[in-house]
Design a binder for this molecule. Structure first.
Ligand SMILES: C[S@@+](CC[C@H](N)C(=O)[O-])C[C@H]1O[C@@H](n2cnc3c(N)ncnc32)[C@H](O)[C@@H]1O
Length: 207
């Protein structure tokens, strides 16, 4: 009897969650910074992220434990969760503007006990902590604005599919899937002049 009740409760929660999720997606459809709720493909992109972490952090003699892992526009924070299981981080932060998605992400993290801090915020009002690995699956318009506002200064930034307009990536990795590419932008060692410059000026400074 109790088992049947739990089962009914579980399926009702799944149905209600799914309807709320679709409704929120529908409500967000006309946002200028609307992002399609597609998730990263962990099978493919997880492996690429591991290679990037090796190349840009551990192979340089640095420890992931010194870095914060930040996923702006985290959705359910699948990538942050994947990387939380593989490495030790100073802190893991998932920033998300969708309440329902955030709630589901929080519940998943509660079940997995992965210590991700979820922040309900517009990423433009959030300050990325110093020395972070920032994983973005957001439109070019959003990432470019984050960059122009200086929010990515000094960070190691990894972008899936969408690129920072007008900025040469440190490395581009082609993917086999429809998500096309991953770009690495290593802004950690940019000179102060380069950090402060606008994208147009940056191109000139780099030449
Ligand atoms: C394409 S999904 C990526 C989800 C996740 N990062 C992944 O890779 O699987 C983009 C997410 O960004 C969120 N988002 C869009 N604009 C945002 C903003 N201004 N502030 C915070 N989150 C935002 C959306 O709600 C959506 O969940």
């Amino acid at each position: 009897m109790i088992f049947s009740l739990l089962l009914v409760f579980f399926y009702s929660a799944v149905v209600v969650g799914y309807v709320a999720y679709c409704w929120e997606t529908y409500l967000n459809r006309s946002r200028p910074d609307r992002v399609v709720y597609y998730s990263s493909n962990l099978k493919e992109q997880g492996k690429v992220l591991e290679a990037i972490i090796k190349k840009y952090i551990t192979a340089r003699g640095e420890a992931t434990a010194d870095y914060a892992l930040v996923e702006p526009g985290a959705g359910f924070a699948h990538m942050a969760r994947f990387l939380a299981q593989k490495y030790t981080w100073r802190e893991i932060i998932a920033v998300e503007i969708g309440r329902v998605v955030l709630l589901i992400g929080r519940l998943l993290s509660l079940l997995r006990q992965d210590h991700i801090t979820f922040i309900y915020a517009d990423i433009f009002s959030y300050t990325v902590p110093q020395k972070s690995l920032v994983y973005c699956y957001l439109t070019s318009a959003i990432i470019t604005r984050l960059y122009q506002e200086g929010k990515l200064n000094g960070q190691l930034v990894v972008c899936l599919t969408f690129t920072i307009e007008g900025v040469e990536p440190t490395e581009e990795i082609e993917l086999k899937s429809w998500q096309k590419r991953i770009q690495v932008y290593d802004f950690r060692e940019a000179s102060p002049a380069l950090k402060a410059a606008s994208p147009k000026q940056r191109r000139r400074l780099k030449q």
